[in-house]
Design a protein around this ligand. Structure first.
Ligand code: G6P
Length: 611
């Protein structure tokens, strides 16, 4: 978490750093700060608790200028959000400043040692030890001092260092899951935690890997390992366009990201279902088909929304590939005494490909000899490099912290993989697989129809926004839809919500129900529709208001429900991809009507690189 930006060039770096930080705010927004080398060659800076706009206000009052600078937006781990704990953190001399993303695990003992050596600390952060260590290690060569410091700190981090003794250079290092990309401009260089932050300035980028350092100046960069050995890496031409990181007239990024879901699904499908409606993934997956035929079990992992998309995949793989499929939250993966072996295919779901829990789970799977398929949105991410094969979701950059379009693209990727695996393993009839392949192509139009109901859903949101709690229920392949609907609502509106397998309601959650606790039931066509209707009746009998997601024209549901969000009929195996859309809209409208910060909900961050 936290966002890091660096700039060295011929322009004033302050507006560039602020603009790039704005695009990284999804990584944390407890406080922000900036440090530059000013026209007199001195290190100077500004910091502010709260969102980036507070820092921008401070800079309006007291402007800074400089052509070499660092910026940071923070998600607090050590030390509460405050001006003092905001990055950058300086050493005692005020010549060196550091920004940092991640955790320094041995910071307490380092801090004690540094205090004993006479250093004084201004903050409660783990980061500040790095600045003081560099000061101690600096014998006139900043890069050597940073390198020596890296041998003393333990943890997973990305960090950036600026020094007035070295005014035209910046030093960055990455260990573990905290990403860093270098952007190459014309006589100017950029560094950021994520590609979209610098897309406006350059599409030429180099991605840092674990245990690598980069030194930038306005003419270029030098990439090395922590020992200083040079590393050659191809420059990547990023295909995302800068506009995809803009709101395009929508009130929030989340709203825009929901409305582009039809085109995102088209992109995820493009070239992957052939004219006969067969899924074709062999070339890009690069996992041997003989290995896929030998698999006896599938184990799926991920966090948050990605876990829910994985769960949709679990039902698809069971239905089409007739394989045992188990799910484990990535944060629990290591502790579950899992039985993994070379015949178990592990599927790791992660939009960012950088989530620390997911990366650790993948390492456990690999250590057990289990082949790993990553389902991921970011090219060159940590997951994409660790996995044996990658299926890219092609969702484009997502800025809203609440995942929407990336969830839908992950679920579609799972459909593609299940269709492909079933064909390779001959576990389902070609006719059935082709029928689903054909139906998949119609998903963009179906999602589009759901989005047309946005205004109706806002009216329902108006009535539901004061709910004490909301229960989401679904069965079978729409259990993950219920979980995802509840997650969306709680994370952006702060209304308590729970997602449940509908049959479990009577074993506990039904005790919560009264006129102030509505029940949202996913009640579309399929093998569980009748059962869900019974569960809705049970809730209605307890005076709960009923919101149903149902297929157009379902009179029985309309008679039972207080509000119906209509969705088009699709094959039951594809229904989660359509049914989630009104639930995303419901969460959005409730949060917006309540005046919540939809794109940056409190306490959250989009990419969680701490365990
Ligand atoms: C965070 C985000 C969630 C996301 C989860 C997993 O908690 O707030 O929206 O689902 O991380 O992220 P990943 O990048 O691994 O999909």
């Amino acid at each position: 978490m936290c966002g890091i930006v660096g700039y060295v060039g011929h322009r004033d770096g302050v507006p560039i750093i602020l603009d790039s930080l704005r695009r990284l705010e999804y990584r944390g927004y407890d406080s922000a700060g900036i440090a530059v080398i000013d026209v007199d060659g001195a290190l100077t800076g500004s910091k502010a608790e709260g969102k980036l706009s507070r820092l921008a206000e401070r800079l309006d009052d007291k402007p800074l200028r400089g052509t070499t600078g660092l910026g940071h937006t923070r998600w607090a781990t050590h030390g509460r959000p405050s001006d003092l704990n905001a990055h950058p953190h300086a050493d005692c001399s005020g010549k060196v400043a550091v920004v940092h993303n991640g955790i320094i695990e041995n910071y307490a003992s380092l801090r004690d040692r540094l205090i004993a050596n006479g250093h004084t600390f201004a903050s409660e952060t783990d980061t500040e030890v790095i600045a003081h260590l560099i000061e101690e290690n600096d014998k006139g060569d900043l890069v050597a001092a940073v390198r020596k410091t890296l041998t003393e700190v333990r943890g997973a981090y990305a960090l950036g260092v600026i020094s007035s003794d070295s005014p035209r250079r910046l030093v960055f290092a990455r260990s573990g899951a905290s990403p860093l990309v270098v952007g190459i401009g014309e006589n100017e260089m950029f560094v950021a935690s994520d590609t979209p932050a610098i897309l406006k300035y350059t599409r030429k980028q180099v991605i840092l890997r674990e245990n690598e350092m980069v030194v930038i100046d306005s003419d270029g960069y030098s990439l090395t390992d922590f020992l200083g050995n040079p590393i050659e890496r191809d420059v990547t031409q990023v295909m995302w366009d800068a506009g995809s990181a803009e709101k395009d007239g929508f009130k929030h990024f989340m709203l825009k990201e929901m409305f582009v879901q039809p085109s995102v699904v088209k992109e995820t499908l493009a070239g992957r279902i052939d004219e006969s409606n067969d899924a074709q993934l062999a070339a890009e997956l690069q996992i041997d088909e003989s290995l896929l035929r030998a698999v006896t079990k599938i184990s799926i992992t991920g966090c948050g929304t990605a876990f829910h998309a994985g769960m949709v995949g679990m039902y698809l793989l069971r239905a089409l590939c007739k394989l045992p499929v188990e799910m484990e939250l990535a944060s629990e993966f290591r502790y579950g005494d899992r039985v993994l072996d070379p015949a178990t295919l592990t599927i790791a779901m992660s939009q960012s490909g950088e989530t620390a829990d997911t990366i650790e789970a993948v390492k456990v799977a690999r250590a057990a000899g289990s082949p790993v398929l990553g389902i991921c949105n970011v090219l060159g991410s940590h997951l994409s490099r660790l996995a044996d094969g990658v299926l890219y979701t092609r969702g484009g950059p997502e800025i809203g912290v609440a995942a929407t379009k990336t969830y839908v693209s992950q679920a579609v990727a799972m459909v593609l993989f299940a269709l492909y695996l079933a064909r390779v393993r001959h576990s389902e009839s070609p006719e059935r697989l082709r029928a689903i392949g054909e139906a998949t192509k119609l998903l963009p139009a179906a999602i589009d129809r759901c989005l047309n109901a946005s205004d109706e859903i806002r009216k329902a949101a108006q009535r539901l926004r004061r709910s004490r709690s909301v229960l989401f229920i679904g069965r079978y392949i729409n259990v993950p839809t219920a979980l995802e609907g509840a997650l969306k609502l709680k994370e952006i509106s702060y209304i308590h919500a729970e997602g449940y397998a509908a049959g479990e309601m009577k074993h506990g959650p039904i005790a919560l129900l009264d006129a102030k606790v509505p029940v949202v039931a996913i009640a579309t066509d399929g093998r569980v529709r009748e059962k869900i209707i019974s569960n809705m009746s049970e809730a209605k009998a307890r005076e709960a208001k009923i919101v149903a997601v149902a297929n157009y024209g379902d009179k029985e549901i309309a008679a039972l429900a207080d509000y119906v969000f209509w969705v088009p009929h699709v094959d039951e195996l594809l229904s989660p991809i359509v049914n989630v859309v009104p639930l995303q809209l419901l969460a959005y409208h409730i949060a917006d009507l309540e005046g919540k910060d939809v794109d940056q909900p409190r306490n959250l961050a989009k990419t969680v690189t701490v365990e």
